[in-house]
Design a protein around this ligand. Structure first.
Ligand code: ATP
Length: 253
């Protein structure tokens, strides 16, 4: 298969911070509608890998292509329009309402009129079940609601690919399910998603593929059932066992 057949192609990706090599020869592809879950110990390079895809972090070796186009050759704003990102700590503007937060991208980046951007924001807030909170400010929302606004904001740009960087790690346990529920709906709708998460129930039920990263290397990847029941590497098995003990291995919502 040529790289043009895949929505995302990562080839021999290398990234260092100073002398420290944090991504070492990462290769993988994603097709449209794939839900790829990235797991690995703290410091293994998961966030860095995500951030290379939309060039929040620059990398020095290898190539990343989106829909056959080298991301280094793309206008960075266009790249970030096509690749939505959801952050652990929401990154909402505190002085803007939920609707204004979501409308900002359509208005500023897509050049929509105020009314069009507003309508778009309301549609996306409805999609994440928050139409009734459109005029609330972040301080008036729960963590789960804030994260759903973060998801609506990314969706409002009509992305080809969504990156989720530990989207539930900052949430109280009782709020995690509502965010995972929205992510699951997006997956059901066919959204292509690359997710860093420790939620193994979500990974097991929703992922099409799980990648295990350790020390900047892709140790193994496979479909969830195979990886959970028959990991090829002892390190993967140990990691999954520990994670399942900590976060549970069953249903998350
Ligand atoms: N801006 C930075 N400057 C220098 N080193 C960094 C920077 N960001 C990350 N690192 C280092 O790169 C390595 C990979 O970090 P990264 O955050 O990608 O790992 P991670 O797997 O996402 O970890 P966690 O699960 O704790 O978020 C770590 O050793 C980290 O200390």
């Amino acid at each position: 298969m040529s790289r043009n057949d895949h929505l995302l192609t990562v080839e021999d990706l290398q990234k260092s911070y100073g002398d420290e090599l944090v991504l070492d020869g990462i290769d993988f592809t994603m097709d449209a509608q794939d839900v790829q879950v990235l797991i690995g110990p703290s410091g293994s390079g998961k966030s860095t890998l995500l951030r290379c895809v939309n060039r929040l972090t620059e990398f020095e070796g290898g190539t990343i292509s989106l829909d056959g186009e080298d991301v280094m050759a793309m206008d960075v704003n266009e790249l970030r329009r096509q690749v939505g990102m959801v952050f652990q700590d929401f990154n909402l503007f505190a002085h803007l309402s939920a609707r204004e937060n979501v409308a900002l991208g359509p208005r500023r980046v897509l050049g929509k009129s105020k009314a069009e951007a507003n309508d778009r924001a309301l549609d996306e807030l409805e999609r994440v079940g928050l139409a009734d909170q459109a005029d609330s400010y972040p301080a008036e929302l729960s963590g789960g609601q804030k994260q759903r606004v973060g998801i609506a904001r990314a969706l409002a740009m009509d992305p080809k690919l969504m990156l989720f960087d530990e989207p539930t790690s900052a949430l109280d346990p009782e709020l995690i399910g509502e965010v995972l529920g929205v992510m699951r709906e997006l997956a059901d709708e066919g959204m292509t998603m690359l997710c860093v998460t420790h939620e193994m129930g979500f990974a097991r039920q929703v992922a099409t593929d799980i990648m295990f990263l350790e020390d900047g290397r892709l140790v193994e990847h496979g479909d969830p059932e195979r990886l959970f029941t028959d990991p090829r590497h002892e390190r993967t098995e140990q990691f999954l066992r520990r994670l399942t003990e900590l976060h549970g291995g069953g249903s998350e919502s």
